[in-house]
Design a protein around this ligand. Structure first.
Ligand SMILES: [Cu+2]
Length: 679
């Protein structure tokens, strides 16, 4: 496979085609880098501290009729700037202006309503497609209307309230964009974050708190100006030369001499990894996509494709103070590798006092916990279905189907129609030698029975929802369909494959021609941001018809919060009721100031300020509120913080209300209030 000049020209998108094409055409996959950065802007290994995404705090928490907590969360999808490469800023899309998005943590049985606000630009600033979004919580058995169905789109100025039941066993999930035909570029631009479901078994067995570390790994390529490049080699795959962990290139983490737990998510849109420690020592694998394995596995290296999650334990007590342990990547067939794609991150063992609190600080667990799916046996299966994963001309197909065909059928065409609670074996064959496919089935956890007739790898012997179907491989999977009826997607998680057009659907528990009370597109519609949200966990009311996206430039300025009257001082009470709040590690202080607050009557409103941060988060935003005394707090806009920590926000001419006081809340937790000068 070689990269043609035409494909090389695609790097960096519309804005930089000319400069890139002339300067550094990529002639082959042997190119030493995919990025076009000047040497001084090229990140170096192990210079950055590993950023830890903040844990999102709920906007409110109530107690449901069942006595369990019900949390309301709010996330704004925004354009933002990241500091990824030295000396340059990178335009990104973020959840609350963060890449990756904030981590959501929840206990089993506690329900979540997630209000997902789309305040992105109408069109992608680099690639021009319309930024309608659909949010999938990957790993959750959500109802179809909350599962992020590709065509269940939320346009700019609208929000959708997603309901997550969290009844499953503890696991590492992730939320990411799933918009039809644009998932690859939207996830690549930053729309991905981790979501941790905890339960009692897991809390008693595995490290918690700061010893429970999310590692979201991705790869990227950059244009000379620091913006993201994009080249998916005619939808085969995007192979970046810069490896990011939690949004930082090749970071370092200081560790105590004890056991740590790492939740490794491969959020690369195409690249698969074969991870190994530089010491050659095994890690202790304890969790797969669907949660804890029945027993821990000692694993020296493992391959991990897009969307797969593995939870590993590393015991740093066996290394001397000052030792650097690297997480490396030995790669797999049909990835394109560059000089430093074999490196991921480093752990530096410190002589700091060792905190041995919590489970598994010093002793590795061996027996973990069983699960419903791992206890299933093939003899319980009522049906075996076989599907091939292949390329047909310009498009990728799954069981001979494409998503385009599903759309053209009015979303009725299905690959399979198991009855509710049926147990089936699904077999996937990839007879090509030229590519691998991470196959993801929504709704269910499955057990990998075999690969090419042999047992699955030791590290796959836990509940899964993505399986690596490698070159020339046939995998057999066992699963039970439930607990919901309805239509769910199945697709390749090499996202350029998914978008072109390797996705189908299956229907659980009824005839797809019947009326569907849980129709993934029709059952719950998006509504304008700021409208009263349904009672968390309750039945979602039918919404009024929604405004067109074009009206939203002013909708943003007039949307009102359903908040209590606000204390103009910006006290904590006001913050809790009116704004999304993020928490962050205590050593990361965010200081927000407002330097300009000006309102020209019947003309524009301008605010500017700074947001200084001691940590290494890649990006953030501020949300601005009108907190004029005597008036209900009103969100009036969002501004991205640039690489220097500055932000500005200006309305278009038009707002007539006089604003006398404004509050700016950073997505990293800080807040500031200022009087507004009226001209
Ligand atoms: Cu694929």
């Amino acid at each position: 496979m070689s990269v043609s000049r035409r494909q090389a020209l695609q790097i960096g998108g519309v804005g930089v085609i000319g400069a890139l094409g002339l300067a550094v055409p990529l002639s082959s996959v042997d190119a030493k880098s995919a990025s076009q950065l000047d040497a001084r802007n090229m990140p170096k290994l192990y210079q950055r501290t590993l950023p830890i995404p903040p844990v999102l705090a709920p906007k409110s928490t109530t107690v449901g009729a069942d006595g369990k907590k019900v949390h309301l969360y709010q996330i704004e999808q925004t354009a933002c700037m990241g500091n990824i490469v030295p000396g340059l800023s990178t335009p990104l899309l973020g959840y609350n202006g963060l890449v990756p998005g904030p981590t959501i943590k929840v206990n089993q049985g506690e329900r979540i309503t997630l209000e997902m606000d789309n305040i992105l630009p109408l069109f992608h600033p680099q690639w021009g497609y319309r930024l309608d979004t659909s949010t999938h919580l990957h790993g959750s058995a959500s109802l179809p209307q909350y599962d992020g169905y590709a065509n269940d789109l939320t346009g700019r100025g609208l929000c959708k309230d997603y309901e997550y039941p969290n009844h499953q066993p503890a696991r590492t999930l992730w939320y990411h964009d799933h918009a039809v035909h644009n998932t690859a570029q939207s996830v690549y631009s930053g729309l991905a974050g981790q979501y941790h479901l905890h339960d009692e078994a897991e809390r008693n067995l595995l490290p918690q708190g700061k010893f429970d570390v999310p590692l979201t790994i991705s790869d990227a390529m950059f244009a000379r100006n620091g913006s993201l490049g994009y080249n998916d080699n005619t939808h085969s795959g995007l192979w970046g030369d810069i490896i990011l962990v939690n949004g930082a290139p090749w970071p370092v983490m200081k560790v105590q001499r004890r056991i740590y737990r790492f939740r490794i998510l491969n959020a690369s849109i195409s690249r698969s990894y074969r991870f190994q420690l530089s010491t050659g020592d095994p890690v202790t694998m304890v969790g797969t996509d669907g949660g804890l394995m029945p027993s821990a596995q000692q694993v020296t290296s493992w391959r991990q494709a897009g969307a797969e999650r593995y939870e590993i334990l590393i015991d740093f007590s066996k290394y001397p103070v000052g030792k650097r342990v690297e997480l490396r990547n030995l790669s797999n067939k049909n990835n394109v590798d560059y000089d430093y794609t074999g490196r991921i991150m480093a752990f530096d063992v410190t002589g700091d006092p060792v905190d041995t609190s919590g489970p598994a600080a010093k002793v590795m667990p061996t027996l973990l916990t069983g699960s419903h799916v791992m206890n299933l046996t093939p003899s319980q299966s009522v049906k075996t279905r076989r599907m091939r994963l292949k390329r047909d001309g310009d498009i990728w197909t799954i069981g001979g189907m494409t998503w385009d065909e599903v759309m053209k059928s009015g979303y009725k065409k299905v690959l399979a129609d198991p009855d509710l609670n049926d147990i089936e074996i699904w077999e996937f064959e990839n007879s090509s030698g030229g590519w691998f496919h991470p196959l993801h089935i929504h709704l269910v956890d499955f057990k990998v029975l075999s690969r090419n007739g042999r047992p699955p790898f030791p590290y796959e012997q836990g509940p899964k929802d993505v399986v690596y179907v490698g070159e020339g491989e046939t995998v057999r999977l066992l699963m039970q369909f439930g607990p919901h009826r309805g239509r769910y997607m199945i697709h390749c998680h090499n996202l350029p494959h998914e978008d072109h057009d390797m996705m189908g659907q299956f229907s659980v528990g009824y005839d797809p021609n019947d009326a569907d009370p849980n129709d993934p597109i029709e059952a719950v519609k998006p509504h304008p941001i700021g409208e009263v949200v349904p009672v968390p966990g309750g039945a979602a009311a039918d919404e009024e018809e929604t405004p067109t996206s074009e009206t939203t430039a002013t909708a943003e300025a007039t949307a009102t919060q359903t908040a209590q009257p606000t204390q103009p001082s910006g006290s904590s009470a006001a913050t809790e009721t009116a704004a999304p709040v993020t928490t962050q590690p205590a050593d990361q202080k965010d200081v927000v100031t407002i330097t300009t607050a000006r309102h020209r009557l019947n003309k524009d409103i301008t605010f500017a300020g700074t947001s200084r941060y001691s940590g290494t988060a890649t990006s953030a935003n501020v949300v601005l509120y009108d907190v004029t005394p005597g008036r209900t707090a009103t969100r009036i806009g969002t501004a991205s913080i640039n690489s220097l920590g500055n932000w500005t926000w200006t309305t278009k001419p038009g707002p007539s209300r006089q604003v006398t006081m404004v509050r700016a809340d950073s997505s990293r937790g800080g807040t500031a209030t200022a009087s507004v000068r009226t001209d």
